[in-house]
Design a protein around this ligand. Structure first.
Ligand code: GDP
Length: 448
């Protein structure tokens, strides 16, 4: 791991002008002296000072505002941090930053404050990622979940799991190193129980991470249905007040390919297959190529049928072209056919009316169920694809370990557990030196 650099960085920390306040942050060993030189004030830790900020070599006052000082190591980055809050004029902010650079600071790279926080052990990698996710979150639910990741809800779970994993490994390695401990890999129930509870714990963590990932990335939905089946009407019903945001492929005003809706905080990306047709227009072709990429990642295909007309040959042809995914059949326009709307999905079919909204709640619930997003889960945390992949690697390794144990192969089991562990430690970025022997001696009673 690289050591944090000894230089002082500065950067404007808000979009200037928007909120009327402009923030400039400084972090590093010279943060305090630089701000002292520009304001003439020796800031007290965690106090708000009202000061004027000047050019370094002239008596010209640039701006007035609030100065905050957070000495390291108990600051965001773990270094001395100074925050200057002035007026949100971008010209003034640039001038303040230029003065700081003139005093020896340098412009921070994107994410460098958080990177320093990570390098200084103020947060782990998953928490650092949550900072970015919190800023980018598109809904209050996603932002709240990102904040939970930031406070370490996710990392703590991963750490706890790694600890249990290490425990099991130590037990196995001890049996290998000290055969007189007489652990029989084939019959030892403690071993089997531990392995079983690890697999359960991991399965639970995986489902929670899947949920967190969906909240971040959203549900990918492909909608199939002939013109006038009611696709737009249905999307608008689902989206509720926020209405569907539809994007047209650049260069064409014909069919719309994509819609984005938000379902109680869950982003749903909809691809309308009506837009997928042969085209000679290169721009349109590119849009269609990208749509296919997204279709490959689809979670669900929604076949929308006009209840008065039934399934069409076109629908069947489109379905045949699509990858093998779960299909939910939605029969629309029950207000015209006189059928009753369904309150829940049965046999992968649902009847509703996109016009009156009858039955739409059942669809909404089904989509949330498929996304794995539970309604009132206070512990949801936001996760990324790399976390899910790491957990899946760990699961495969754990399965291998269990298999090795069944065959009495302790060495192989320990090796698989080691792989599971490093996959998981990559989540929090905690690549500690693997001093397993020391751990064994430390926790096993050797003298007996
Ligand atoms: P799309 O071409 O599949 O996007 O279909 P639209 O959403 O544009 O709907 C086509 C027509 O069917 C419009 O006139 C809608 O008002 C109408 N429509 C859509 N859903 C329903 C429904 O559930 N009941 C009734 N009566 N009309 C509907």
């Amino acid at each position: 791991m690289t050591e944090p650099s000894g230089d002082t960085i500065c950067a404007p920390a808000t979009s200037p002008g928007r909120a009327g306040v402009g923030i400039v942050r400084l972090s590093g060993p010279d943060a305090r002296s630089i701000i002292g030189r520009l304001t003439g004030v020796e800031p007290r830790p965690r106090h708000a000072h009202y000061v004027e900020i000047r050019r370094r070599d002239q008596p010209t006052t640039l701006d007035d505002g609030i100065l905050l000082y957070f000495p390291g190591p108990h600051s965001y980055t773990g270094e001395d941090v100074v925050e200057w809050q002035g007026h949100g004029n971008p010209v003034l902010l640039d001038a303040v930053v230029a003065e700081m650079i003139g005093c020896g600071a340098r412009m921070a790279r994107p994410g460098e404050f958080t990177e320093r926080a990570f390098l200084n052990g103020r947060m782990d990698l998953a928490q650092a990622e949550a900072v970015a996710d919190l800023i980018e979150a598109g809904s209050v639910q996603a932002a709240t979940a990102a904040r939970r990741s930031l406070t370490g809800v996710f990392s703590t779970r991963v750490d706890a799991f790694v600890e249990h994993l290490v425990h099991l490994r130590m037990y196995i390695e001890a049996a290998l190193d000290f055969p007189e401990e007489e652990i029989d890999f084939l019959t030892d129930t403690r071993l089997r129980d531990q392995m079983e509870s690890l697999r359960e714990e991991l399965a639970e963590l995986l489902s929670r991470v899947g949920e967190g990932l969906r909240l971040r990335e959203g549900l990918q939905l492909v909608i199939v249905g002939r013109p006038n089946a009611g696709k737009s009407s249905l999307l608008n019903q689902l989206a509720g007040e926020s209405r569907a945001i539809v994007t047209e492929i650049a260069g064409t005003t014909r069919d719309v390919l994509r819609a984005e809706i938000t379902l109680d905080g869950l982003p749903v990306h909809v691809i309308d297959t009506a837009g997928l047709r042969e085209s000679r227009d290169p721009i349109e072709q590119e849009g269609i190529r990208r749509a296919w990429e997204e279709i490959d990642r689809a979670d669900l295909i929604l076949l929308l049928i006009d209840g008065q007309r039934g399934r069409s040959a076109d629908d069947e042809a489109t379905l045949a072209r699509l990858p093998d995914k779960p299909v939910l059949t939605v029969i629309n326009k029950v207000d015209l056919t006189g059928e009753l709307a369904d309150e829940r999905v049965e046999d992968d079919t649902l009847r509703l009316s996109a016009r009156t909204g009858e039955g739409v709640d059942a669809l909404r619930n089904e989509l949330r169920r498929i996304a794995g997003v539970s309604d009132h889960n206070q512990d949801t945390f936001l996760a990324r694809r790399r976390h899910l992949e790491a957990l899946e690697t760990a699961r495969a390794a754990l399965d291998e370990a269990a298999d090795s144990l069944v065959h009495g192969a302790g060495e192989l089991a320990a090796e698989s557990l080691r792989r599971a562990q490093s996959a998981l430690e990559a989540i929090t970025g905690r690549y500690t030196a693997d001093d397993l022997l020391g751990e064994i001696f430390g926790s096993f009673c050797i003298g007996k």
